[in-house]
Design a protein around this ligand. Structure first.
Ligand SMILES: CSCCC(=O)C(=O)COP(=O)(O)O
Ligand SMILES: [Zn+2]
Length: 216
């Protein structure tokens, strides 16, 4: 199966879903200073061969243009001739697709995800206990207790990749990079968006709970 076998309709469907999510996230202030990146897979999947649309690097993600996305392969190489550069963090998307076979991955930077990543850095995970919105991550047990993994962040993005396979926890659909941002994924864009929103809610909840507990 090569990229040439993927139909124009399949590609258009992915681009239109991603554009809608990008516009929605932009109105919510999820892309400060051009940060963040989004991707969605298209066509069949095997860990050795897959294709996805990803945001172009360094763009103002609150703007909608015909140059917002490009298609890349499992090595992060563009599938079509283009002058666009894929997100500088495409290698992270590649590794998450390779390990999980998921259908979409969304990454944003926020004050709360940055703060909790530092607050809980020593334990390398953000603990969340019994908060209802854990169900938004697809974990339905009563009073669930979860640990959201925090990974090292490096300016040289490929250095982040080895830790992903070491730390990715099967039931938690996301990883937090220290003082950087959250990567959330799902079977499709709907699920990845629900996971991202649930993570962001839980990060703010945990942060505020810590403040309450530690007030004098
Ligand atoms: C300007 S934010 C620093 C890069 C980053 O963390 C990010 O999410 C955006 O990078 P991209 O190459 O995807 O635009
Ligand atoms: Zn980032």
């Amino acid at each position: 199966m090569s990229f040439a076998n993927i139909t124009t309709e399949q590609k258009q469907q992915v681009l239109s879903e991603l554009s809608a999510i990008k516009a929605d996230f932009a109105t919510r202030g999820f892309f400060p200073g051009t940060s963040g990146n989004l991707s969605m897979r298209v066509g069949p999947y095997s860990p050795d061969e897959f294709f996805f649309a990803v945001t172009a690097s360094g763009k103002d993600k609150s703007k909608s243009t015909p140059e917002d996305f490009l298609f890349v392969d499992q090595n992060g190489k563009p599938c079509e001739s283009t002058t666009l550069k894929p997100s500088a963090e495409t290698v992270i998307h590649n590794e998450i697709y390779r390990l999980t076979g998921c259908g979409a991955i969304f990454h944003i930077h926020s004050i709360f995800n940055g703060l909790v990543s530092e607050l809980f850095w020593e334990r390398r995970a953000v603990p969340v206990e019994g908060v209802e919105l854990i169900k938004g991550l697809g974990i339905w047990e009563e009073e669930a207790v979860i640990d959201i993994p925090i990974l090292s962040n490096f300016a040289e993005v490929p250095r982040i990749v080895p830790e992903i396979s070491e730390r990715l926890a099967s039931r938690i659909p996301g990883i937090l990079l220290r003082k950087h941002g959250i990567y959330a994924w799902g079977r499709d864009a709907f699920e990845a968006k629900r996971h991202l929103e649930a993570f962001e809610f839980l990060f703010e909840y945990v942060y505020r709970w810590q403040l309450l507990m530690n007030r004098k």
